[in-house]
Write a protein of this length. Structure first.
Length: 345
């Protein structure tokens, strides 16, 4: 990822701008140790209550309670994954892992999203089956257990909400708990209906509502983490706009081989090949480009290859790159206004 063209050996100046101040979007006011404490506290609450809920769900013959317990099991697994991913991602870059293991957090988010999708499919199946053949449900047990579950999940969700949710890893665990809170609310309402009216299908309907919420949250996690794995540009960053704006910098003739991707949550990276006029200062252009990318787009991890040109414009890219790819942003192609001109630099 982020492959760069080899520098030609014709003596052109080159600049590799690496702003390695560890400010890659990771300063969120919450330390990693604090994150771990919040997640560990939530894990203790979830696992303790889950054991109780399984027993009561079986005794009450409530699919809603059992689905809640199953969801709590995945909550616990999600938190364990998140804690493990935090430790792995904190390891320094070495050997073949030149970015370290920061994408362990994205793997954790992907696993959390997939488990939500799988669980939602199972509970849709069971919910429909129970709508057709509703079993007897002990409504009072469901109400009492659901009310207790609401209290436990509010506490656990509050703990994780204090952690750094800008991380997809932590957000995955948070979404599990938030959906479990919705599940307990639905379960409690269903239990009240069954207890007061005897209408057992309310239990299955509650399970279906929860499955829909799980499907929505799971798809969001899989989609967002999938974008990172596919090295798509981060949300809110338009490579075409970035390339066009870089091409307007003084002395820049062309920008190509532009790559914008995300190493992990809120860790954008960029590489590009910039061609400048033959009599210009390569290093000054590189510095100006780095400042633009940092100030306007929040991209700190930047690698730029800057070369002088002395060829006709039509032959520039082919002359400097053996295998040019992606759109070419040339100064002559830039209009008077660019997207985002109203934004402050």
């Amino acid at each position: 990822m982020g492959q760069h063209d080899d520098i030609d050996d014709r003596g052109h100046a080159e600049g590799h701008g690496h702003s390695h101040g560890h400010g890659h979007g990771h300063q969120h006011g919450v330390s990693a140790d604090a994150d771990r404490r919040y997640l560990t506290g939530a894990l203790a609450l979830i696992t303790g209550f889950m054991a109780v809920e399984v027993v009561i769900g079986i005794l009450a013959r409530s699919l809603a309670l059992i689905s809640d317990a199953g969801h709590m099991l995945t909550d616990a697994a999600a938190i364990v994954f998140a804690l493990a991913a935090m430790r792995i991602a904190a390891r320094p870059a070495r050997g073949r892992f030149t970015f370290g293991l920061k994408r362990a957090e994205i793997v954790s988010a992907q696993v959390n999203g997939l488990t939500l999708l799988l669980l939602s499919a199972y509970f849709v199946y069971e919910g429909v089956r129970r709508l057709i053949e509703p079993p007897e449900v002990e409504g009072l047990y469901v109400v009492v257990t659901g009310a207790a579950g609401i209290a436990v999940n509010i506490a656990a969700t509050w703990l994780i909400s204090k952690a750094n949710r800008s991380s997809l890893n932590v957000e995955g665990a948070f979404q599990h708990l938030l959906n479990d809170l919705y599940a307990f609310i639905g379960t409690t309402v269903a239990g009240l209906i069954v207890w007061l009216t005897g209408w057992a299908r309310a239990d299955a309907i509650a399970a279906l509502v929860v499955a829909a919420l799980m499907l929505k949250a799971g798809w969001g996690l899989v989609r967002d983490s999938g974008r990172v794995f596919m090295e798509a540009a981060p949300a809110g960053l338009d490579p075409d706009e970035i390339g066009a704006r870089m091409a307007t910098l003084d002395h820049v003739t062309e920008v190509h081989d532009l790559h914008v991707w995300e190493v992990t949550s809120h860790y954008p990276a960029l590489s590009a090949h910039i061609l400048v006029a033959a009599d210009s200062d390569c290093h000054a252009v590189r510095t100006a480009a780095e400042h633009l990318l940092r100030a306007r787009y929040g991209i700190d991890h930047v690698t730029l290859q800057v070369d002088h040109v002395s060829l006709a414009p039509a032959a520039l890219t082919d002359a400097h790159c053996a295998d040019p790819h992606g759109p070419v942003h040339a100064r002559s192609a830039i209009g008077p206004e660019l997207p985002g001109d109203s934004r402050a630099a």
